[in-house]
Design a protein around this ligand. Structure first.
Ligand code: KG4
Ligand code: ZN
Length: 360
């Protein structure tokens, strides 16, 4: 096996079509030679959520172009690659299939090794791509489709310590934004409104906070915001701007409280000395500050990779594929697309099926 590896990564499990080229020479920092991400927000905007059929069609139409662009930007050709890594699940099955078929076609035509990657492993291994961190470490994955604590002990050794039993936090941000008449994606919109709000005016429930363990629940919180909005509309004849800002601040504070307390427990349970976050919700300033403060208090290192690598991308897939490949991982033309694929085979599956596809 060559010491230096250059891999093409392909990602299409949700609403981002992505391709990237990553090179790694052992002992040196991995290089992201290119990372192309084609989002689909505009395609789904009118529907208030990701429409699987539209997503799958858009992936199928755009994958070739994304791969071409990634190769061109990296200044490489297919013949100079050492392998192709592709997300084989979990996710929306039509999208995952589009990526797997594209990767199989390229592998068959070039004879390059094909490596199927679990999308969640891509997120979980990102701190090694960006900061060469060593195992073990604790990862909190918080996005529109994921919410779980993972103890990462190896490229294929993950233990889930807990997660959301219903909505992912990003999903809750998006739904609350909709309830309050704010634009999508809800996270940034709520964060902006919350900046001028009073987080103490509306006490909101903190489900599962009083129960032991690291599981979380966010769907009751969304319903509580809805009830509060209806009460305000009934009492004041409408939702005033200041009240909306207060509700946003209260909601954001509550999510931060839940994530911070459960992170404290996950850190204690795992004994990890490094805590990494990933996913779009990790971009939230209040949440990030709370987690950072918690780590400072516990004398634990805190790592939040750059946002472009926290959210869905193909560089993380190329990297996770390379880690698997170095351990002898290979797939053939029988590689299957899996809508559900828990990283930790031993923990019970999480409930629910998020707005952005099946939760693992
Ligand atoms: O990781 P991501 O880009 O996509 C997936 O879900 O896979 O995460 C998107 C989610 C959306 O639900 C969005 O509302 C949320 O991340 N988000 C935020 C912020 N920026 C994005 N949530 C809270 N605060 C933010 N600043
Ligand atoms: Zn993701």
């Amino acid at each position: 096996m060559p010491d230096s590896l250059t891999f093409l990564g392909i990602e299409s499990s949700c609403d981002d079509t992505a391709a990237a080229v990553v090179r790694h020479r052992p002992g040196l920092r991995p290089e992201i030679l290119s990372s192309v991400v084609e989002g689909q927000v505009a395609l789904h905007a009118a529907f208030g959520g990701v429409v699987p059929e539209i997503a799958a069609r858009a992936h199928a139409e755009r994958l070739d172009l994304c791969v071409e662009q990634a190769l061109a930007k990296a200044g490489v050709t297919l013949s100079t690659l050492d392998g192709i890594a592709v997300t084989a699940g979990p996710g929306l099955i039509g999208g995952v299939l589009s990526g797997v078929m594209c990767a199989k076609g390229l592998a068959a035509a070039t004879g390059l090794p094909l490596v199927g990657v679990n999308h969640l492993a891509g997120h979980a291994l990102t701190p090694r791509l960006t900061d060469m961190v060593s195992y073990p470490y604790l990862m909190l994955l918080v996005s529109g489709g994921h919410c779980q604590f993972l103890l990462v002990e190896g490229a294929e050794a993950f233990t889930r310590l807990g997660g959301s039993i219903d909505d992912a936090p990003g999903e809750a941000f998006d739904k609350v934004a909709k309830i309050l008449g704010l634009p999508q994606p809800g996270g940034p919109a709520i964060q902006a409104e919350a900046a001028t709000g009073d987080a103490a005016r509306f006490p909101l429930p903190r489900p599962l906070l009083d129960r032991p363990g690291c599981d979380m629940s966010f769907s009751g919180l969304k319903t509580a915001v809805l009830r509060q909005r209806d009460a305000l509309v009934a009492a004041e004849g409408g939702l005033r701007r200041a009240a909306r800002a207060d509700l946003c601040a209260a909601f954001q504070r509550t999510v931060a409280d839940i994530l911070a307390e459960k992170s404290r427990r996950a850190l204690a349970a795992s004994g990890a000395r490094l805590f990494a976050v990933a996913g779009g919700v990790a971009a939230n300033a209040e949440i990030r500050a709370r987690l950072q403060a918690l780590c400072a208090q516990l004398k634990t290192d805190f790592l939040a990779p750059p946002l472009a690598l926290c959210t869905d991308n193909a560089a993380m897939i190329a990297w996770a594929g390379m880690e698997r490949f170095r351990r002898g991982g290979r797939d053939g033309m029988t590689l299957a697309a899996r809508p559900r694929w828990p990283l930790d085979q031993h923990s019970p599956a999480l409930l629910g099926s998020g707005k952005k596809g099946a939760k693992a």
